[in-house]
Write a protein that binds this ligand. Structure first.
Ligand code: NAD
Length: 358
């Protein structure tokens, strides 16, 4: 039996609607597999700014730090969008990631066979896609020195991309471990033909794999080539590890492959401590409160939580199978219904719970 403390951070917009489905799924998993999960709910993002003046109140951070895992909805919305505002919802998320040392972002991209025709790509390209992106999250160009200076050509600006050996080692190890649990194939993406920082990345990644993961099938791809391969032969990749900015761009490109934002989860993990699990979509303010949001990305994020933070692989697979079963049976929320008949958030959630309860 596993005992776990899970913090729920519904956030803004559709967040509360979809996180409540995620919680129900975890409760049914606990019941069916005889675990004990306790839940605590915290505020983050815009609603936290409204209630406490800050997007990440101390109580929320403290609850997260002492938890085993965190399930988040989404933050943000038009109410808090003023770029000149002193504090913004996404600062809550960035601070949380930083405080918890979440250095790796995992994004599985897989094409559900029933939804292949929703993809902007041809069926024969997308069928069978199953990629796990591992993006370094706390280093690289987004965290390097930046500034402006005078130059002979007028004002100049710079943003420095720095990676330390240990930052590369830990994310490559995490990706290599994930590859061992999948098909044993790992691809590292860099720009080593141009950037010194990428030459270090390549050198360190190759050494880690050679010394510790020689059983893996390993290759390296330049980021510009990867941008092409991702839409021309995405089924050739399994686990892909890359730096912060390259990962930012490639995962957004990758998220278009399956054709539905509402089905894609993500996990942010650190060396130890709780992981943060969330759908990749935002707070969808245009449909908030209408009961029509697709809860499946959050349900699949809950499956990742079971797998990566609680080590409950069988339970994670059961949740994923329940989602696949519901899609197989033809049930669709509006975002994936292609104009056909659609069900609401609660109904979709209930179908997953029924499938899971067996
Ligand atoms: P979005 O992902 O919220 O919405 C894009 C479109 O997809 C909308 O039409 C929306 O209705 C639809 N959509 C998204 N999730 C859906 C779901 N589960 N079911 C059905 N339809 C869904 O992106 P956006 O509109 O660019 O951003 C809205 C807000 O969310 C902004 O404030 C943005 O900053 C924030 N945001 C937050 C996160 C996060 O919390 N991690 C991520 C991205 C955007």
């Amino acid at each position: 039996m596993t005992t776990a403390r899970i913090v729920l951070l519904p956030g803004d917009g559709i967040g509360p609607e979809i996180v409540s489905v995620g919680q129900s799924v975890l409760e049914v998993v606990a019941q069916r597999f005889d675990h004990e999960f306790s839940f605590e709910t915290g505020i983050i993002g815009g609603c936290a700014i409204d209630q406490s003046g800050t997007p990440l109140p101390e109580e929320t951070l403290a609850a997260c730090c002492s938890s085993d895992a965190i399930l988040l909805g989404a933050v943000g919305g038009p109410k808090w969008d003023d770029p000149s505002a002193a504090t913004r919802p996404e600062q809550g998320l960035l601070t949380l990631r930083k405080e918890l040392g979440l250095f790796a972002n995992l994004r599985p991209i897989s094409a559900h066979p029933q939804l292949v025709d929703a993809s902007p790509l041809k069926r024969e390209i997308i069928e069978g896609v199953d990629i796990l992106f591992v993006r370094e999250l706390t280093g690289g160009i987004y965290f390097g020195e930046s500034g402006r200076r005078e130059s002979s050509g007028g004002e100049a600006a710079f943003s420095e991309m720095v990676y330390q050996q240990d930052e590369i080692e830990r994310v490559v190890r995490l990706a290599a471990e994930a590859a061992r649990g999948r098909s044993g194939k790992l691809t590292s993406v860099d720009k080593a033909n141009v950037l010194e920082v990428s030459r270090l990345w390549r050198q360190v990644a190759e050494r880690v794999v050679r010394e510790e993961y020689a059983d893996l099938e390993y290759d390296v791809v330049l980021v510009d080539a990867m941008a092409m391969h991702l839409i021309s032969r995405p089924t050739d990749f399994d686990v892909v590890v890359t730096g912060n900015m390259f990962g930012d761009i490639l995962t957004d490109e990758g998220s278009m492959l399956p054709g539905s934002l509402g089905l894609l989860p993500s996990a942010s993990l650190g060396e130890s401590g709780p992981g943060l699990y969330e759908p990749i979509h935002g707070s969808a303010p245009d449909i908030a409160g209408q009961g029509i949001a697709n809860p499946l990305a959050t349900v699949l994020a809950a499956a990742m939580l079971l797998r990566h933070s609680l080590g409950l692989e069988t339970e994670a697979v059961a949740v994923e199978a329940a989602v696949a079963g519901v899609l197989d049976a033809g049930h669709r929320t509006a975002d994936i219904a292609a104009g056909g008949p659609a069900i609401g958030t609660a109904e979709m959630g209930q179908l997953v719970l029924d499938a899971l309860a067996g």
